[in-house]
Design a protein around this ligand. Structure first.
Ligand code: GDP
Length: 446
């Protein structure tokens, strides 16, 4: 989905991820590339402009530039703003809160996928234990009525018996009476389309809307037509006041422009997306999931959020202060606290799996990373030490090692291994402290 856009953003993000320090200029450069990628994906020009401005304002804040992973933070801002752009966080569900039968009217240009979407929607509602009635009110396209009847038979959902010789408004009126008498919960009107907006069609649709007061007027938009779909949506919205959008053909090679701009331009949310010709290829629209797919980020965002939520700032602060004072000295107690922080984020395996490619890489380098079990063992060993031993590991002689091994249900060898690892870690930290923050950056870049 949206392959070209995905690839371009991926390139920008690759560069960003590697940034240990960042300046306003770095952010500007990255956003220039994001802007181009969006324009090439046929996103509305004004929408792109507003979007970039929002991201820029948030991204050049000191909080981001001075954070530990500024590049990663900028990516998160782009992600969050894209979600907002597409109406994420708002309630996009169908409004069925009215006396049944609740009417839903589908409108749009010919070929957008109206009739197919009517069938998909009826199937979706049936699965929610509703009793929908499908109403073919497109008397102009010769095969439209028959097409809906065929869909109804496939789905075992009743289709109102209309004739191409009837007036659309008459069909809808009769269908409503029929649905009321026969206990239908929802009534879905499949209306006529044209190749482009024309007055005659709009008047006809206005007539149906005025008399039947549908709870939802869903504009069916073909995602493949990009900005054109957005313009047409705006035209329909101006005349009819649509309540939402069904965005079809997202399974094709749409560039993404319609999906990314239709909400911002019309103010109306995408409620469903069509992902294929089959009747089950309809999804309730979730802006966040679509954005994650566009950005190809796996669940990195969940990971960042988890880290933000679970890292105890006070503990991190305490540790930093202590390191500063002691010139890099830390003891086994600190070592254990840090381990606990990592553990709070969830199981180590599950964290690794959230990072794209990491789960696989972990499996390939068996043993290079401490496993969940190993972490538990390390903790058990440290727990079996006395406070004195944790504060000063050099007093842990042979007999103490034996006692600790017994207490933690491990072996002396494992206790030795942990102490060795710990002293190595101490050495590294001391080295880093000596280099200072600037030296550290140099060290990382080199
Ligand atoms: P209408 O004129 O608006 O009623 O459009 P139709 O429902 O007849 O659909 C036009 C064509 O688009 C048909 O060939 C459908 O199978 C196809 N179509 C509709 N929705 C989708 C979708 O989400 N994905 C794909 N690939 N094709 C779709």
């Amino acid at each position: 989905m949206f392959a070209a856009l995905s690839d371009k953003l991926d390139l920008v993000f690759k560069k960003l991820r590697g940034q240990g320090v960042m300046t306003e200029d770095n952010v500007k450069d990255a956003l220039r590339e994001v802007r181009l990628a969006l324009l090439e994906a046929d996103v509305n020009f004004k929408v792109v402009k507003d979007f970039i401005e929002k991201v820029r304002t948030r991204a050049v804040g000191t909080e981001v530039l001075q954070s530990l992973a500024p590049g990663q933070q900028v990516i998160k801002i782009v992600h969050d703003e894209l979600v907002l752009l597409m109406g994420g966080g708002e309630d996009n569900s169908l409004d069925l809160a009215a006396k049944p039968p609740v009417a839903i009217m589908l409108v749009g240009l010919q070929g957008a996928g109206k009739t197919t979407s009517c069938g998909k929607l009826a199937k979706y509602l049936k699965a929610q234990r509703k009793k929908p009635l499908l109403v073919p009110a497109d008397v102009y396209r010769p095969a439209a009525i028959e097409q809906l009847k065929v869909l109804g038979r496939q789905l075992d959902i009743e289709v109102f018996d209309s004739l191409a010789t009837q007036k659309p408004l008459d069909i809808c009126r009769e269908a409503l009476r029929y649905a009321t008498l026969n206990g239908f919960d929802v009534i879905i009107y499949d209306t006529a389309g044209r190749h482009q907006i024309d007055d005659y069609l709009m008047e006809e649709l206005e007539g149906i809307r005025d008399e039947l007061a549908p709870r939802e007027i869903l504009f069916v938009a073909d995602a493949m037509t990009g900005q054109e779909a957005v313009n047409v949506a705006q035209g329909f919205n101006d005349r009819l006041g649509i309540t939402g959008v069904v965005l079809t053909k997202l399974d094709g090679d749409a560039k993404g422009g319609a999906a990314l701009s239709i909400k911002a331009v019309t103010g109306k949310p995408v409620k469903f997306v069509g992902l294929g010709e089959k009747l089950d290829a309809l999804d309730v629209f979730h802006a966040d999931r679509l954005v994650s797919r566009i950005l190809g980020m796996g669940d990195v965002l969940t990971l960042i959020e988890k880290a933000q939520a679970s890292f105890d700032e006070k503990e991190t602060e305490r540790m930093q202060q202590k390191m500063k004072k002691s010139g890099g000295q830390f003891d086994l107690e600190d070592f254990r606290n840090q381990l606990q922080q990592i553990k709070k984020m969830g199981s180590l395996e599950s964290i690794m799996n959230l990072i794209p490619g990491m789960g696989k890489a972990m499996k390939q380098m068996q043993g290079a990373q401490p496993s969940e079990k190993e972490l538990k063992r390390i903790e058990a060993i440290i727990d079996s030490m006395t406070a004195k031993e944790r504060a000063n590991h050099t007093i842990i002689n042979g007999s103490r090692r034996l006692r600790i091994a017994k207490g933690s249900g491990t072996s002396v060898q494992e206790v030795n291994q942990l102490l060795k690892r710990f002293t190595e870690a101490q050495k590294v930290v001391k080295q880093l402290q000596k280099m200072g923050p600037k030296g550290l950056m140099k060290g990382m870049k080199g």
